[in-house]
Design a protein around this ligand. Structure first.
Ligand SMILES: Cc1cc2nc3c(=O)[nH]c(=O)nc-3n(C[C@H](O)[C@H](O)[C@H](O)COP(=O)(O)OP(=O)(O)OC[C@H]3O[C@@H](n4cnc5c(N)ncnc54)[C@H](O)[C@@H]3O)c2cc1C
Length: 320
């Protein structure tokens, strides 16, 4: 049975949803005993507890201000130390920007196999599924047996079927903090909205939103259904939304359970970022819009009428 190390990310002091799912998946498939986790961050003690409760038998915790933001040299050095001492066969992580970068560097450093942005994993055949060419092809890659392998997963694609109960040991690590990387400034989003890559529902707006203020229509709706708000590049380039909200080839790659595209035409570059969503709903007033070819459900309507109507309907259902 393989020993698994899950590199786990901390979001606002909590274990990220994606990391929690990967730990649970590992405990279910490789047993909690064989699952260990690395939790690096500042004020990350609660996240380590969560990792321990969700299936990790041992959690290596770095709770240090130097680890508040991702500094590749520090993170890499500490992760490699854990890999060298614990000798896991598999190292799993969320395919966030930081997760993907760290997996690549650590795999190179430890001369291991690596597969990034995977959407499936068969532990018996050691095959991973990777969605490529804007989700037009699903490639199956077989990881070389008998060699350490790093795999990063696109969020919301790896899920456990059960809720493993565990109470693992927490090992406090005293890290080296001398970094070559100087963090000059960190600009955090002022909003308390759910991060796009953590959301299981996303409501996105396109050029049709017409201005930044109109995004409040989407935010009101998203607030009612516990969703994050995204945007197309046309909306971002027009200044209606920040780049942090952009979904697509040059934005974030998301894979929520439900993606609601409002006034988005469905360009291939947008699809590259959301095409692996479980259910896609399109709201567009042009019945010929390409998005309808890819959507599971389509509403041919003016978003300025339909979205507030949906918000009111959900509101009424909640209050009923
Ligand atoms: C290299 C490269 C990278 C790119 N990366 C990205 C990326 O990361 N993400 C991305 O999104 N795009 C990306 N693009 C741009 C992409 O090609 C499209 O231009 C962009 O996605 C279009 O955005 P849109 O659908 O919002 O706008 P449009 O294509 O203009 O579509 C607007 C849609 O809104 C509908 N509409 C208008 N009014 C209403 C209304 N009142 N109610 C309902 N519907 C309405 C229209 O019918 C239309 O279908 C990239 C392009 C290139 C070349």
């Amino acid at each position: 049975m393989s020993k698994v190390l899950v590199f786990s990310e901390v979001v606002d002091g909590k274990l990220s949803h994606a990391s929690k799912e990967i730990i649970k998946f590992s405990a279910e498939n490789f047993t909690a005993e064989n699952t260990i986790a690395a939790v690096f961050g500042a004020n990350s003690a609660e996240a380590a507890q969560e990792a321990s409760k969700n299936g990790a038998s041992k959690v290596f915790l770095i709770d240090n201000p130097a680890f508040e933001t991702f500094r590749s040299d520090l993170f890499l050095a500490e992760l490699v130390k854990i890999i060298e001492s614990e000798k896991p066969d598999l190292i799993l992580a969320n395919n966030s920007i930081d997760g993907e970068a760290l997996m690549g560097m650590a795999a190179a450093k430890t001369k291991a196999n690596i597969a990034t942005d995977c959407v499936s994993f068969n532990k018996d055949s050691m095959e991973v599924g990777r969605s490529v060419y804007s989700n037009k092809l699903l490639v199956s890659c077989k990881l070389e047996a008998g060699r350490k392998s790093f795999i990063s997963f696109r969020p919301n694609n790896i899920k456990a079927n059960s809720n493993p109960e565990s109470s693992g040991e927490i090992v406090n690590v005293d890290p080296a903090t001398d970094s070559k990387i100087i963090v000059a400034d960190v600009q955090k989003s002022a909003s308390k909205e759910i991060p796009l890559t953590e959301a299981s529902i996303i409501v996105s707006g396109g050029r049709a939103m017409a201005n930044a203020e109109n995004f409040s229509i989407l935010r009101d709706f998203a607030g009612k259904i516990n969703a994050a708000v995204g945007a197309s590049r046309a909306a971002v380039d027009s200044g209606y939304a920040p780049h942090s909200m952009q979904v697509g080839q040059t934005g974030k790659v998301v894979s929520p359970n439900l993606y609601i595209a409002c006034g988005i035409s469905g360009a291939i570059q947008h699809f590259a970022g959301m095409g692996s969503s479980k259910v896609i709903v399109a709201i567009n007033k042009d019945p010929e819009a390409p998005i309808f070819k890819k959507a599971d459900y389509g509403i041919v309507a003016d978003l300025f009428e339909i979205v507030p109507a949906l918000t009111a309907k959900v509101d009424a259902l909640v209050k009923a």
